[in-house]
Structures are given as C-alpha cells and as structure tokens.
Write a protein that binds this ligand. Structure first.
Ligand code: GDP
Ligand code: MG
Length: 439
C-alpha cells in the first residue's frame, strides 16, 4: 500500500495545496486498503470523508515526500478514530467493580473472562468469575477449569439455575468475599437473537455493571459493524475486546466496532492461552490495518522531514536580528532528534565529503555548545551582547558548563559574527556558516 499511495501522491508534488480533485487517486488506495482489511463499507466511507477533510488544505510541505505526508495524514486519522490512547477498565468507587461480558457464541467470552481475571490478579486485584452460560453443557466446566488454572474462584449454580439469578447471587457473593472485581461470563448464540438480547439486558439490569464489554472475534470482518450496532443499541456497551488477533486478520473490525459504537476497544486477545491478552493500542492497530509493518518507520521519517521544514522556517528567522541563543538551542535539539550530526551534515550539499574525524569533532563541539547555552540565563540567551561585555558572566557560564572562559567567549563572538553575516546576506544560500557548530 505504501508504494501505491506514494505513486498516487507523487502527482501532488509541486502543488502547494491538497485539493479535492488531486487527492482522489490516493483516497481510492486508502479505500481499497481498508476494504481488504475487512472494514465495513459504511465505516470506510465515513473514514475516507474524514481523511479528505484532514488532507484537503493541508499544505504540501516543501522537501517532504508527499506520499509520506499523506500516509501520515491517513495514519493519524486512523489513530484518532480509534481513540488515540488506551482506555483502561472501569473501576467502581466502591468495590466490587462489575464487568459484564457480552457477545456471540465462540467469540472468546469465556476465555476472555479468564484472561481478564488473570490480568487483574497480576495487578493484585482480587476477582470472582461468574458462570451464567447454562445452555452449553460444558460451559460452566470450562470456566471452572480456567479458574483452577489461574487460581481465581468461580461462582456457579449448575445448569438448571436462571442466568439472572446466578448473576445476582454471584455479585452478592463477591461483595461478601470482599472481592475487588466480579466478571460475569454470559451465554452467546451463533447469531444475534431476541432471546439472548433479552436475557443479557435482564442480567445487565440486575447487576448494573461498570463495564459492559462486547467480545468480538476479529475474524468476523464486515459483520463486526452490524454486531456492535445491535449490541450497543439493545444493551449499551462501554467497550470491547477484540479476540483472535493472533491470526493473520488485519483487524479492520477494530475500526468498525469503534466507529459504529463510539466505544473504545480496551483489550485484544492474541491467542488461546490465558496470558494472551494485551491492552489495545490504537497506533499499533492503525499500522496493522494499513498493512504496513514498517508504517511507523515511515511515519517517523515523515515527521523528521516535517522537522526539517521547521528548520527551514527557522532559517528565515536567522535572517532577522531576533535569532538568539534560545533559537539556536532549539535548532540544535531539533537536529539531535533527527539523527546524528554526521547524517545531517551529509544532507547538506557540499558537506558529504567530510571525514568521520571531522564529524566526530563537530559532535563534540555541539555538545559543548549545548552545555554552555544551558548555563546561560534567559536574559543572556536573548541578548548575547550581555555576554560579550561581561567577563564575569562568561566565567560563571564556563564554570557551570565545565568549560573555560575563552571557549564561552569564542561561542559568543562566533554567534554574533554569524548572526551579523546572515543578516547581511539576506535571502539566498549561505556558504560557510561562520564556524558555528550546528549551523
Ligand atoms: P465463548 O463461546 O464466547 O465463550 O468462546 P470461548 O471462550 O469458549 O472461545 C471459543 C474458542 O476460541 C476457543 O477454542 C478458544 O480457545 C478460542 N479463542 C478465544 N480467544 C482466542 C484468541 O484470542 N485467539 C485464538 N487463537 N483463539 C481464541
Ligand atoms: Mg463461553
């Protein structure tokens, strides 16, 4: 996808604005990628509209690969839609916190119940699991077995009892035991049916859960949208767990669930084992949906290039007298974030013949300079003349930064000379930057 997006986007090179017409090819690629990741069609449409809104009018940053810039817009939008950050489990003000599990049969509710209990136990929170699936013969035993395995108690009343009663009594039992959390596992059906919904609604009313989590099989694909709509409308969910992400499904269901219900995905299941539960991270899912293992690298690279564009902005500031030690420090740090001094120098035309020794020297100089500027007061940073005039100030900075006064003097002289030179040169290229490291 990355490559095709770049192709589609290359056409935009040289244009300074992204417009509704020049973006269509690129959007088409995104649409295709999402559909093949099993995102629901309506969800895709909404998402594309969001991306278009975000992209149109975004300036094509000069020097930034337009394909990368577009990928970053898509990626950011995807992360945004999926909730930006991880949403933890709800916690009741007075214990126990009640978590109700909902979902179709076979999606992994019972497994997820045990996974969550283990997860909480690892956080030193006590837990009671309640078995209300009285329909499938082995369902209660399944939870009991899991409970033994993770050393978490299970409340059950056999398979003749009424699920609502089991839930109510289970909650009472958890209170009596002073449990921190009670997780109620419920029965599912192969398809959404009225009886299941009614029963679930009754259980919900009886136990008034803090979290109602819809368990969704990531392999459900397109169906996930419909599923989350129905459950959310009829039961009211507060979050979801997306299971079976250990397979090669792309996780498009995540986007559907989130967009349709508006509720966060809180955890993902990544295997049959009880340990195979992870908090949901929107960034990772965004990469997975876009099917670019290296999307993060790409996005980071785009970010770097955007930083370079920042540097260019800074250069126009250099032309004016306002450029001070603060700007200088900011620029140095920006460069440091972007990678080694050497790799940056090599990007500057004519600088690629520098020897490694020169580069090492440059890096040492940079560190020295940064230390000295760090020891300056705000006033001194804004007004280098203060330093030019006062040996005592220079001595103080030398002491503070672990260097000698003459070095501080040299920094100030060079800085002032460079600034003067740049102002004189005005616009245009700047050959030889006055011996200032980092310039
Ligand atoms: P329930 O009917 O919703 O309670 O589903 P179960 O918890 O009984 O799980 C159904 C099947 O899915 C079982 O074979 C589980 O081992 C399996 N399963 C559950 N979660 C995951 C997961 O995250 N990854 C994989 N690969 N299998 C899972
Ligand atoms: Mg079950």
């Amino acid at each position: 996808l990355a490559e095709r997006l770049e192709d589609a986007w290359k056409k935009l090179r040289g244009q300074d604005k992204i417009t509704p017409s020049n973006i269509q090819d690129a959007l088409q690629e995104v649409r295709r990628a999402l559909l093949s990741a099993d995102v629901n069609l309506q969800v895709v449409k909404n998402f594309i509209a969001d991306v278009e809104k975000a992209a149109v009018g975004a300036e094509v940053i000069s020097g930034v690969n337009p394909g990368q810039q577009f990928i970053k817009i898509v990626y950011d939008e995807l992360v945004k839609v999926m909730g930006e950050s991880n949403v933890p489990l709800a916690q009741a003000k007075t214990v126990p916190t009640v978590i109700l599990m909902a979902g179709l049969q076979g999606t992994g509710k019972t497994t997820a119940t045990a996974k969550l209990a283990l997860y909480l136990r690892k956080e030193n929170r006590s837990c009671l699991m309640v078995a209300t699936d009285v329909y499938r013969p082995a369902a209660i035993d399944q939870l009991i077995t899991l409970g033994k395995q993770i050393e978490v108690p299970v409340f059950e009343l056999g398979s003749q009892a009424n699920p609502v009663d089991i839930a109510t009594q289970g909650l009472a039992k958890a209170k009596e035991m002073g449990m921190d959390t009670v997780i109620i596992d419920t029965a599912g059906r192969l398809q959404i049916d009225e009886e299941m919904m009614v029963e679930l609604a009754r259980i919900k009313k009886a136990v008034n859960p803090n979290d109602t989590l819809l368990v969704v099989d990531a392999m459900t694909g397109q169906e996930a949208a419909n599923l989350s709509r129905t459950f959310h409308e009829q039961i009211g969910i507060t979050g979801a767990i997306l299971t079976k992400l250990d397979g090669d499904t792309r996780g498009g269901a995540a986007l559907s669930v989130r967009q349709i219900s508006g509720q966060p995905i809180k955890f993902i299941g990544v295997g049959e084992k009880v340990e195979a539960l992870q908090p949901f991270y929107p960034e990772r899912m965004a990469s997975r949906i876009l099917n670019m293992g290296d999307v993060l690298t790409l996005v980071e690279k785009a970010q770097e290039e955007i930083d370079i564009a920042d540097v260019e902005k800074m250069q126009s500031k250099i032309m004016t007298a306002q450029f001070d030690f603060n700007d200088f420090l900011k620029q140095m740090r920006l460069m440091k974030n972007m990678g080694s001094f050497g790799s940056i120098l090599k990007m500057i035309p004519g600088m690629n013949k520098l020897s490694n020794l020169d580069i090492e020297k440059g890096e040492t100089e940079l560190k020295k300079t940064e230390a000295m500027i760090s020891s300056m007061t705000l006033e001194e940073r804004q007004n280098p003349d203060l330093l030019a005039k006062s040996p005592s100030r220079r001595r103080r900075i030398a002491k503070g930064s672990g260097h000698v006064e003459t070095e501080v003097g040299k920094l100030v002289t060079n800085f002032t000379r460079m600034r003067g030179m740049m102002q004189q040169m005005g616009q245009g290229n700047m050959p030889g930057m006055g011996g200032m490291p980092g310039m």
